[in-house]
Design a protein around this ligand. Structure first.
Ligand code: 7JS
Ligand code: MG
Length: 217
């Protein structure tokens, strides 16, 4: 076919979604994943919980690890207040390129910054290079063995404050080895597990974990 699944999804979005309308982009992406090709978007029940967190928390500074095609970046940013912003990190250059197009299609390029680098390298630079003081929301949705590495780095950089929320996808499928034990065993977080369907699969169960930071600033 010469094209990647991500490029085919982008083509479908450009042909079927309303330019500048985040809801239309998300609905169209869901339609693509339900009717054409599956893709690993934090969609449906996962997205509903993410929406609820963003609406309740009203975060000013959000960090997403694992942009993929930008689905959850758009889902988060569409609910952000005018001055709020989302930094999303994607190590795969092909995914990052598609994500930037999806963000532009949704008209959210002023709220979302897609960074094509390794998450650890960016986390170490958030204060100095990216003008971040504190993170109100962190969404973990990259490779599962990196969850624990990156949350420890975020703590080391003192980027969390009381009330900050860390939301993790895929804690059941593919699973986040060590992350659940770490976060649930830590006195600095209050964690809640949600059993949800795996994206676009009605007969598969996954899990997401919401952890509120209550530790020392
Ligand atoms: O939501 C996700 C799902 C999967 C996944 C793909 C195929 C499977 F057969 C099972 C699980 C991988 C992810 C990798 C990174 C971030 N999210 C993912
Ligand atoms: Mg995921």
């Amino acid at each position: 076919k010469g094209t990647t699944r991500e490029q085919r999804a982008l083509k479908y979005l450009k042909e079927h979604a309303r330019q500048g309308d985040p809801d239309s982009v998300l609905e169209t992406f869901d339609e693509f994943c339900r009717t054409q090709e599956w893709a690993m978007n934090a969609a449906e029940e996962k997205g509903d919980i993410l929406d609820e967190i963003v609406r309740e928390l009203q975060p000013t500074t959000c960090l997403e690890l694992g942009t993929y095609c930008g689905y959850s970046a758009v889902r988060i940013a569409r609910n952000l207040s005018p001055s709020a912003r989302l930094i999303t990190i994607e190590v795969n250059p092909d995914y990052a390129a598609v994500a930037r197009e999806v963000v532009k299609l949704a008209g959210l390029q002023d709220k979302i910054e897609v960074i094509n680098l390794d998450s650890a390298d960016v986390i170490r630079e958030l204060k100095n290079t990216y003008d971040v003081t504190k993170l109100d929301l962190v969404f973990l949705d990259h490779w599962k063995y990196l969850y624990i590495r990156d949350i420890k780095l975020i703590e080391e950089e003192k980027l969390l404050k009381k009330g900050s929320v860390v939301f993790a996808d895929n804690v059941i499928i593919p699973g986040a080895p060590g992350y659940l034990e770490y976060i649930r065993g830590s006195k600095n977080y209050k964690s809640t597990f949600y059993s949800v369907h795996f994206e676009y699969m009605d007969d598969m169960k996954d899990g997401v974990e919401k952890s509120v930071y209550i530790g020392d600033e």
